[in-house]
Ligand binder design. Structure first.
Ligand SMILES: [Zn+2]
Length: 142
């Protein structure tokens, strides 16, 4: 797997994701358990939390949707956090990996292994042979 060292900027994403998760917690409400933060290529950051219900949405979906709704379409790096994950981080689920491959196929994801070492990798490393959309409107399985 291709990996990259995390930068101080990346560590700020982790802090912002946790700050957002803390803001979302309400006494007696346990539905917001994952926070996320994405940095766009122009250096802006957007945060979000998961929304749990029968058809809930992951924090990464909320975060990227928030950035897109503000006109940002070029993404650099994303992270999701959960206190019980390795190094307090949370790997994106399969559905989020597919969404990122479609919306931001060159985004980097901050992760940690079971040894708690934090690193970055390309989303394409997390979803090999991903389904992709052709530019001319057709669909293609790779
Ligand atoms: Zn997900």
């Amino acid at each position: 797997m291709r990996t990259y060292e995390v930068t101080n900027e990346d560590m700020e994403l982790i802090k912002k994701a946790y700050a957002t998760l803390d803001k979302a917690k309400v006494e007696g409400n346990y539905y917001h358990t994952v926070g996320s933060c994405v940095r766009t290529k122009d250096g802006r950051t957007f945060e979000g939390v998961n929304c749990d219900c029968i058809h809930g949405s992951c924090a990464e979906f909320i975060t990227i949707g928030k950035a897109i709704s503000e006109g940002c379409h070029e993404f650099d790096t994303i992270v999701a956090v959960h206190p019980e994950g390795p190094a307090g981080l949370f790997a994106p689920c399969g559905n989020c990996r597919q969404m990122m491959m479609e919306y931001c196929p060159d985004i980097k994801v901050i992760l940690a292994g079971q040894d708690n070492k934090i690193f970055k990798t390309d989303i394409s490393e997390l979803l090999p042979f991903a389904w992709t959309r052709l530019k001319n409107g057709g669909d293609l399985l790779q």
